[in-house]
Ligand binder design. Structure first.
Ligand code: NAD
Length: 314
C-alpha cells in the first residue's frame, strides 16, 4: 500500500484534507499528514517513509530528497514549483508534478477585489474611481491571466498580454491583444504580473518600466516577489504619488517606504496581503488538493506522469 504524506506548513481547508484522505482510502493508498510544521527537520522526518507527497509552497530542498528515501512522486498542489529543488528530485528519480490552473480563478477574484478596494480608497467615505473600461496589461498569458481576462469582461476592459512563449494566435484566443515589448504593457492602466520566477523574469519589473505607466496606473504582483525590484517601487513612489502597487507576495522594505512617503500616502498607494492569499479559498484548496491526489493515484495505477515538471530522462 503506497503511503501518501500531505505536508503543508500553510494547511489546506479541512474539507480539502478530508477529500484527499477519502481518495487515498478509495484507491488503496495510506494517508498521513503534517500540517503547520515549524522546522524543516519536522518535514524531513515526516517524509522519511512516504512514497508520495502533496505540498503547497513548502520548501523541498536537496536534504529533503536525500532523506525521503522511498519517495517516488511529489505533487505541488498549485502552480509554482520554485520552492522545489527539481535537480535534486531528478537525481533521486522522483517525479515532480504541479496542478496547473486549479487556483487561477481564486487569484483573479482576489486581484479584482484588491483593485476595487484601492480605487475606492478602501471605502473610507471619500469619492473613489471605477475600473470599468480600464486597459489591463498581463505579464504572462497562462492560467491566472486567462482567469483575469474572464473576470475583466464584466468590467468592459481591453486586455493586452506579453508572453514570448505563446504565439500571437494563442494570446488572441485567450481574449488579449499580443504585445512584443514589455514596455508597451506598461502603457496599460493596470498591469498585472502572472509569470513564474525564472532567470528572465527575476527583477524584470523596474523603475524604467513603472515610470511608463499612465496617470493613476496600478501595478499588481500576485505571482512571485522576485519578479519585481522593491527599490524601484520605493523610488518611483517618491516621484509618482499617483501610482499604486498591490502585492500578494509581500513587501520586505515597507518600513523604508513608509519613512520615505509617509503613512497616509503609503495607505493610498500600497496594498500588501499577508502573502499568497490568492490561492486561499476553499474552492482552490479543494480543486488543487483533490487534483493532486488524483494525479498520485493515477501514477501508482498506471505510471501516468501528467503535468510532470522535472526532466523525464530518468
Ligand atoms: P502558468 O504556468 O499557467 O502561466 C505562466 C505564463 O507565464 C505562461 O504562459 C508562460 O509562457 C509565461 N511566461 C514564462 N516566462 C515568461 C516571460 N519571461 N515573459 C512573459 N511570459 C512568461 O502559471 P499561472 O498558474 O498562471 O501562475 C502564474 C504565476 O502566479 C506563477 O508564478 C505562480 O506561481 C503564481 N501564482 C500565485 C498564486 C498566489 O496565491 N498568489 C496562486 C497561483 C499562482
Amino acid at each position: 500500500m503506497p503511503s501518501v504524506l500531505l505536508a503543508t506548513f500553510k494547511p489546506f481547508n479541512k474539507i480539502a484534507v478530508d477529500g484527499i484522505e477519502k481518495i487515498c482510502k478509495d484507491n488503496g493508498l495510506t494517508f498521513g499528514k503534517i500540517e503547520g510544521y515549524k522546522t524543516q527537520e519536522e518535514l524531513y522526518s515526516a517524509a522519511e517513509s512516504a512514497e508520495a507527497c502533496i505540498v503547497r509552497s513548502d520548501k523541498l530542498d536537496e536534504e529533503f530528497f536525500n532523506r525521503a528515501k522511498n519517495l517516488k512522486i511529489v505533487v505541488r498542489a498549485g502552480a509554482g514549483v520554485d520552492t522545489i529543488d527539481l535537480d535534486a528530485a531528478s537525481k533521486h528519480q522522483v517525479v515532480v508534478e504541479n496542478t496547473p490552473g486549479q487556483n487561477a480563478n481564486a487569484v483573479a477574484e482576489m486581484v479584482f477585489a484588491l483593485l476595487i478596494a484601492m480605487k475606492r480608497n478602501h471605502f473610507d467615505a471619500t469619492s473613489g474611481r471605477e475600473i470599468r473600461g480600464s486597459t489591463l496589461g498581463l505579464y504572462g498569458c497562462g492560467n491566472v491571466s486567462r482567469a483575469m481576462i474572464e473576470v475583466s469582461k464584466g468590467f468592459a476592459m481591453k486586455c493586452y498580454s506579453y508572453d514570448p512563449f505563446l504565439s500571437d494566435e494563442q494570446i488572441k484566443e485567450c481574449g488579449a491583444e499580443p504585445l512584443h515589448d514589455l514596455k508597451e504593457l506598461f502603457k496599460c492602466d493596470i498591469v498585472s504580473l502572472h509569470v513564474p520566477a525564472t532567470p528572465q523574469t527575476i527583477n524584470s519589473i523596474n523603475e524604467d518600466l513603472m515610470s511608463l505607466m499612465p496617470e493613476n496606473g496600478v501595478l499588481v504582483d500576485a505571482a512571485r516577489s522576485e519578479v519585481i525590484d522593491e527599490d524601484s517601487v520605493i523610488s518611483i513612489f517618491q516621484k509618482r504619488p499617483d501610482l499604486g502597487y498591490i502585492s500578494d507576495v509581500g513587501f520586505t522594505k515597507i518600513d523604508e517606504l513608509r519613512e520615505k512617503i509617509g503613512a497616509a500616502q503609503l495607505k493610498k498607494q500600497l496594498i500588501v496581503t499577508p502573502k499568497k492569499m490568492g490561492a486561499q479559498t476553499l474552492e482552490s484548496n479543494v480543486n488543487a488538493g483533490l487534483t493532486a491526489i488524483k494525479q498520485i493515484s493515477a501514477y501508482f495505477k498506471d505510471g501516468s506522469t501528467i503535468h510532470q515538471v522535472n526532466g523525464k530522462a530518468f
